[in-house]
Ligand binder design. Sequence first.
Ligand SMILES: N[C@@H](CCC(=O)N[C@@H](CS)C(=O)NCC(=O)O)C(=O)O
Ligand SMILES: [Fe+2]
Length: 354
Amino acid sequence: MIFRQLFDQQSSTYTYLLADQASREALLIDPVYEQARRDAALIEELGLKLAWTLETHVHADHVTGAWLLKDRLGSRIAVSRAGGAEGSDLLLNDLDSIHFGKRHLEAWATPGHTGGCLTYVLDDRLAAFTGDALLVRGCGRTDFQQGDARTLFRSVRSRIFALPDACLVYPGHDYRGLAATSVGEEKLYNPRLGEAIGEQDFVGYMKNLGLAHPKAMEQAVPANLKCGKPEKTTTQNPEWAPLTYTFAGIWEVQPNWLEEHAGEVQVLDVREPDEFNGPLGHVEGAQLVPLGSLSDRLNSLQKDKPIVAICRSGARSAQATLLLGKAGFDKVANLAGGMLRWRAQRFPVEGGTD
Ligand SMILES: N[C@@H](CCC(=O)N[C@@H](CS)C(=O)NCC(=O)O)C(=O)O
Ligand SMILES: [Fe+2]
């Protein structure tokens, strides 16, 4: 099986990518709206087909990427029937299965953090995606969205702790950077829900957490009740060129597009002068601004004309695109593969040696 744990820093959310090796069919658990491009890029780079997005619950702290991914990749959205969200393709009941290739997950109802929380258990019982029911040495709060401490206690103790001790637990969030745990470990060491702790102790603990409501709650809950469908549904992909978004967070353009459209963009070469005038040569009409002096020379660039950044291999120019993005240039792309690929594909250069 193909497996990746992805992280959204803003909300400390984990998103999980699971895929069947042979059929390439994939699913994402708890995608985040702002990370949809990242997720789509990874899925494309790994040669996968996104069949499903699954939610562990109606989140209060971030908006799901489910709708955006459906729009972009044609995936179907599965959510808990008990969560009350509209616009999904499948409403999950307790013990329903979701198949991806030859593998499947089972949806186990584990309410308590919210009324509709699901834990997704892998077919071999060696991994469980618990959302916010069980966190690493912690658990989700129980003070809103039909949260209830007694219900959560019973969900964790009678369902999640019934899994084998070796079963890995992948949480929906972690606020300290802890990535995963196991059922056996949490039975022993979870300070709220460990086996030595009684229901009454747990209820008392949860009553006194004293947490402020999540900052994004007022926006997130209504959006998640629509599976993350925004009010305005215009595409966010830049339209000035057929760009691809890499998993590293860079917009890229291919050499053949640049060759045909060089006159419509600002071609920005961020190498050093000796490289610009060296054996690889440079793209005709390119403006030389070495990466180290780019921040001081932003006023030599126009904001309304797209910029394609170039270097030897595409690494320094990727940095340049990020720097330009931060400086308010919104039509910027990196030349994929840099001058090396440009030359390898035999596109014309000025200067250089054959
Ligand atoms: N400071 C965070 C709080 C996030 C929060 O409350 N997270 C929920 C999960 S949706 C939780 O149960 N947190 C448990 C905890 O912080 O112990 C925010 O504003 O987003
Ligand atoms: Fe949550």
